[in-house]
Design a protein around this ligand. Structure first.
Ligand code: HEC
Length: 257
């Protein structure tokens, strides 16, 4: 029996070592001769949407970035701030940034990346796209409650994004995305603050390097409209049965959290 434990111990260390080499050391060795794209380099291409933000919200833009000129430096500041908010608000909890080739033939699949970003421009994300300072840390994400955002640039207008952030159900009635009213300095969602402006800049940057933009809607894909039958009204018992063990397990005892 002792020998068996010893074998397990050796195997454990062995596999740990193996994964460390394959997933840690090998990529470092493979990419060591490629220079990481710096913030300065990647901010040279300022998407037109950023200039539009400055034109549309001059006062807020000036207050946020101290300049109305959309220079690469200002743009770099905005997308870095946008990314910081993306991390702080845990957007990565519901969104991925990795376009996958799932099954190009089943276009029915909801959330199918290649067809979402257009069947004509099938392009999954490649390692090259992550090799820049905006990806330290990368935000691959693991859950896909919402769609992948890695090629978000150009899919929607700035206005759409702002309306969507203020209240996602304004643009997408069935959305489960929470509203972000603190991206605005008024109560009606008309005046974005630095967070709002930076977040839109970040969204419009994601994928802007691809130079080919996905249309917002496709005619050859089924349009999925909200259907009330998805949420049938259920009969709700007035009071939960007292000796319902299952209910107790999930009880709303706040001290548990
Ligand atoms: C609870 C999960 C959840 C969180 C948290 C969340 N989202 Fe979403 N998001 C969704 C869902 C679901 C959709 C699809 C429906 C819609 O358009 O609102 C979506 C859609 C989007 C879209 C539109 C994508 C497209 O191309 O149509 C953008 C952009 C977006 N989210 C950005 C964000 C950002 C930025 C944050 C953080 C500030 C965030 N989301 C937080 C669930 C979430």
């Amino acid at each position: 029996m002792e020998r068996f434990n010893f074998v397990l111990l050796v195997a454990g260390f062995g596999f740990f070592g193996l994964s460390f080499v394959i997933m840690g050391l090998m990529p470092i060795a493979q990419y060591s001769d490629i220079d990481v794209v710096t913030m300065e380099q990647l901010s040279q291409d300022v998407p037109y949407q950023f200039t539009q933000l400055a034109e549309q919200y001059p006062d807020e833009f000036l207050e946020a970035f101290g300049s109305l000129e959309t220079t690469p430096e200002v743009f770099a500041e905005a997308i870095q701030y946008g990314k910081a908010i993306y991390i702080a608000e845990a957007c990565w909890h519901c969104h991925t940034q990795q376009i996958r080739r799932v099954d190009p033939n089943t276009q029915m699949e909801v959330g199918h990346d290649i067809s979402r970003f257009s069947p004509e421009l099938p392009k999954e994300s490649v390692s090259d796209e992550y090799y820049n300072e905006m990806n330290y840390p990368h935000l691959f994400g693991t859950r896909r409650v919402g769609p992948d955002l890695f090629a978000e640039s150009g899919r929607h207008s700035n206005d759409w994004h702002l309306a969507h952030f203020f209240n996602p159900r304004q643009t997408t009635p069935w959305s489960v995305m929470p509203p972000y009213s603190w991206f605005f300095s008024d109560d009606e969602g008309l005046v974005p603050n630095k967070k709002g402006l930076s977040m839109v800049a970040y969204m419009q940057w994601l994928g802007s390097w691809r130079k080919q933009f996905a249309p917002t809607t496709f005619t050859d894909l089924p349009v999925i409209l909200f259907d009330e039958s998805w949420y049938p009204e259920e009969e709700v018992a007035d009071e939960p049965a007292e000796d319902d063990d299952e209910y107790d397990d999930y009880g709303d005892d706040e001290e548990d959290y």
